[in-house]
Design a protein around this ligand. Sequence first.
Ligand SMILES: [Zn+2]
Length: 275
Amino acid sequence: MELPAAGAAIAALFGLLIGSFLNVVVWRVPRGESIAHPPSHCPRCGHRIRWYDNVPVISWLVLRAKCRDCGNPISARYPAVELGTGVAFALVGLWWALVRLPQHLSVVAALVELVAYLYLAAITIALALIDLDVFRLPNAIVYPAYVVGAVLLGLVALLDGDGWGALRALIGCVALFLFYLIVVLVYPSGMGLGDVKLAGVLGLFTAWIGWGGLTVGAFAAFLLGGVFGVVLLIAQRAGRKTRIPFGPWMLAGAWVGIVAGEPIAGAYLRAFGLA
Ligand SMILES: [Zn+2]
């Protein structure tokens, strides 16, 4: 157990730093701003943030949620995103060490796969927050995810000699993209093209794990989104016209598929005597 625990701790620290970067991404990408320039600054007074005021979570606590220069409040969302990313990375690290690592022939392949799913965790947080903020899934994040996913998982397939895994991921990518495209064409008011484009990415990453990952991931998105919609209606927080972004549910569903899809699909097939 020492290795998974140590791996999770390292992943958590890495996640805190990535979370700090995601705060910049979530603020700037929907505004069409560069994520590299200018350096981080207070949105109120424009003062550049000193490196020692940019330590994840800790700086927010030390500064007691106020800008050092103008004293205006700093949203609790910043440390929450940093902490959330740290926890998410730790969980991905644990899942990988316990479930995925033993399945690889090559240790290098296993490590590349870990990087791929940490990347997916990072864009999951960024895309979910941006979709909740502005009802958009920016191409600037979604398009590169196809390239990063194909290159990293393609490399894993090459190192492990897992050509079937690569083909399955490609089929999943195309299948989920087409499925969402049909849904959007049939029921245009429910979702947008942003969801269709994201679906291809999620098809790639869930089908790489297995057919169970793909199918459970796709079902879980509609199940989670549907249940949440009904809860909102019952709580009368939403009218029938209230717009609820679907991206966060697609992303949450995909992670259900990635982590639990194989055992769920296996139990389902056994229950019906199919496996
Ligand atoms: Zn300020």
